[in-house]
Design a protein around this ligand. Structure first.
Ligand SMILES: [Zn+2]
Ligand SMILES: [Zn+2]
Length: 437
């Protein structure tokens, strides 16, 4: 493996507080040196990063890769490619595959498929319950032993408080978080979108914010009871933000994520029965969107995650009520976050990298998220200046389900390096030539 010298970029490393124009040398799969005038090793590849941002690779704590079981929607290889094209050097794969990732065999399969693909690192998340049936706890020790970094029944909520309590106690023994999809099914049942003025106008059954908030409150109470670490997935309501704020003030071990769609869109996007706006949790009201943005600024919500959820074109063409939930997100997350949060002046660029790289690594105890000497050579060169337009037909993901088609954004990956190797380099589009030489 050749050394890589990344020259002349604005190096932002929130882990060390570094933000300066300098060079980074990657060697032997690690960060070898950071500083000016490092000298070019004879055999080194050079990445000209002048005018661009050099940051630790982005890390997504919440991705659905669909393999095993639904390889027509996404595979580990296509998902890992979409990830690096989006600037992510690592993604955590949710376990709602077929079969469910509830044993060491499936965890091992995901790890080996990811190695074969050789793009982004993929960390499996094991199921909380066997088959995600909510009846019997999976063998956390076995899952962790095979490489799982967290447990979750995402896709389905953990309805039994007893099971959530046991999961938190058991996960604590292994030092891993329990990531929960907070939804009280008895309240959400039959709902297709957020319960509010738009659902009334469209004549669709709504999902009240309370369906999420009840479970957020429960999870916080159980985290306090057990001393376990609960990670709250895709927070969408202002009430959830209030609950998390109070829990953090009390020192309860709770972390939370928000997805770009929840700080970008509102339930108004469902007008015209656009199924690309159908997700779970649903798009909420303007006050919720505002609260999520503010919570990201204040650190009440720790990280930005994608909830990348590939679906078929046909499936999304169904009636709104019958269409599946979710959108893909790996290739738009950074652009949306940069355009919505940084360009608006809400977050600084180092803040954003903190929430998309450094903190995700810390929360799930993953390698990366830092450009310290000896850290993994996982890095991204970002162009935050040149406007670009979302073109779903150019996605590396196998699926196209996004409500952001044709949206003009700033912020995207030019070059992505994983384990000291260039795994993605954006093709020049009549503008700047390729950067690796
Ligand atoms: Zn979920
Ligand atoms: Zn999910």
């Amino acid at each position: 493996m050749k050394p890589i010298l990344v020259q002349g970029g604005r190096v932002i490393d929130p882990a060390s507080g570094r933000d300066e124009t300098t060079d980074v040398l990657l060697k032997g799969g690690k960060v070898e040196a950071v500083g000016r005038n490092l000298g070019r090793p004879d055999d080194a590849e050079v990445i000209d990063a002048a005018g661009r941002i050099v940051a630790p690779g982005l890390i997504d704590l919440h991705t659905h890769l669909r393999e095993p079981g639904q390889e027509d929607l996404e595979t580990i290889a296509t998902g890992a490619m979409a990830a690096v094209a989006g600037g992510f050097t690592a993604v955590c794969a949710m376990p709602n595959t077929d079969p469910v990732c509830d044993n060491q065999g499936v965890v091992g399969f995901i790890v080996s498929q990811a190695q074969r693909a050789g793009k982004a690192r993929v960390y499996p998340i094991g199921a909380i319950s066997v088959g995600q049936q909510g009846a019997r706890l999976a063998e956390f020790g076995e899952l962790v032993g095979a490489g799982a970094v967290a447990v979750s029944d995402d896709g389905k909520p953990v309805m039994s408080s007893h099971m959530m309590r046991t999961a938190l106690e058991y996960a604590r023994v292994f030092g891993i978080p329990v990531a929960d999809h907070c939804e009280d099914m008895t309240l959400a049942q039959g709902g297709a979108m957020h319960e509010g003025t738009v659902s009334t106008r469209l004549g669709l059954k709504g999902i009240p914010s309370a369906a999420e908030e009840i479970m957020v409150a429960r999870d916080i109470i159980l985290a306090e009871l057990t001393g376990g670490h609960v990670h709250l997935c895709h927070m969408s309501t202002r009430g959830s933000v209030d609950l998390i704020r109070r829990a953090k003030e009390k020192g309860i071990k709770v972390t939370a994520e928000a997805c770009p769609h929840h700080f970008t869109l509102t339930h108004e996007a469902c007008e015209g029965y656009d199924t690309h706006a159908k997700m779970n949790p649903p798009l909420r009201e303007e006050e919720d969107r505002e609260a999520i943005r503010q919570a990201l600024k204040d650190g009440i919500i720790d990280v930005i995650a994608t909830d990348h959820a590939p679906h078929h074109y046909d499936a999304k063409e169904r009636e709104f009520d019958d269409a599946p939930n979710g959108i893909i997100g790996l290739e738009t997350a950074f652009g949306l976050a940069h355009s919505e949060l940084v360009e608006s002046g809400l977050l600084s660029l180092p803040d954003l990298i903190h929430r998309m790289s450094t903190l995700p690594a810390r929360i799930f105890k993953l390698p990366g998220g830092s450009l310290a000497l000896g850290a993994p050579a996982d890095l991204v060169v970002l162009d935050t200046a040149t406007p670009w337009t979302v073109r779903p037909d150019a996605f590396y993901s196998k699926s196209r389900n996004t409500p952001f088609a044709d949206r003009a954004l700033t912020g995207r990956a030019d070059v992505t390096v994983v384990r000291g190797q260039v795994v993605y380099q954006r093709a020049a589009e009549g503008g700047r030539p390729g950067t690796v030489r």
